[in-house]
Design a protein around this ligand. Structure first.
Ligand code: HEC
Length: 170
């Protein structure tokens, strides 16, 4: 009996401490979301925010955007939206570019990682994925295709022109 009372007191104290740390308005405490393979699973059931077809002058050759036959589908996990022009840490967006004969079948993604991961790039991490949503591996280097400057910084460079927080769609 005595030990269970002690246990309850400890529990209450722990709760008070954790509540206090939550209400602590400490700007230095930065959130971070580090994506793994499971983060992208079933992305095709997420909210489809755009279906773009045909060439887009803003794209050039990126995302197979200069190919008449290609459809580009853009999925936002939980249909998340930007708040005051910025997406929350943990935001995941996947884009699938494909055409009927499957000669194009490309999966790209961006994840709001936070925690000063990419201070000059909105803290976004860029990804190439496999069809099942797992993170692709570069066949030549054996490295996972992810990072703040994926494709020699091309993702970030082009997305800097995005209308909302490095994004184009919404
Ligand atoms: C030449 C410019 C350009 C480059 C390079 C580029 N993108 Fe995009 N991206 C766009 C445009 C424009 C859109 C939205 C229009 C569309 O897809 O039809 C877009 C859309 C996206 C989206 C959907 C969210 C959004 O912004 O609307 C993701 C995810 C994405 N790109 C990831 C990547 C990744 C990862 C890379 C690098 C491997 C990359 N992009 C390289 C121009 C670019």
């Amino acid at each position: 009996m005595k030990s269970s009372v002690l246990f309850k007191i400890t529990l209450v104290l722990a709760l008070v401490v954790s509540l206090q740390s939550c209400s602590d308005d400490d700007e230095d405490v930065k959130q971070e979301f580090v994506a793994d393979d499971s983060s992208f699973s079933n992305f095709m059931s997420w909210k489809l925010e755009a279906t773009n077809q045909g060439p887009d002058p803003a794209l050039g050759g990126a995302h197979a955007g200069n190919d008449e036959s290609v459809t580009r589908k853009i999925y936002y996990k939980d249909g998340v939206s930007a708040v005051n022009g910025e997406f929350p840490v943990g935001t995941i967006i996947v884009k699938h570019s494909s055409n009927p004969d499957q000669s194009v079948n490309e999966f790209t993604a961006m994840v709001k990682r936070g925690n000063d991961f990419s201070p000059n790039g909105g803290d976004w991490e860029w990804f190439m994925l496999n069809a099942d949503g797992s993170i692709a591996t570069d066949p030549s280097s054996g490295m996972k295709m992810r990072g703040a400057s994926l494709m020699n910084g091309m993702c970030l460079q082009c997305h800097s022109a995005g209308s909302v927080d490095y994004t184009f769609t919404k």
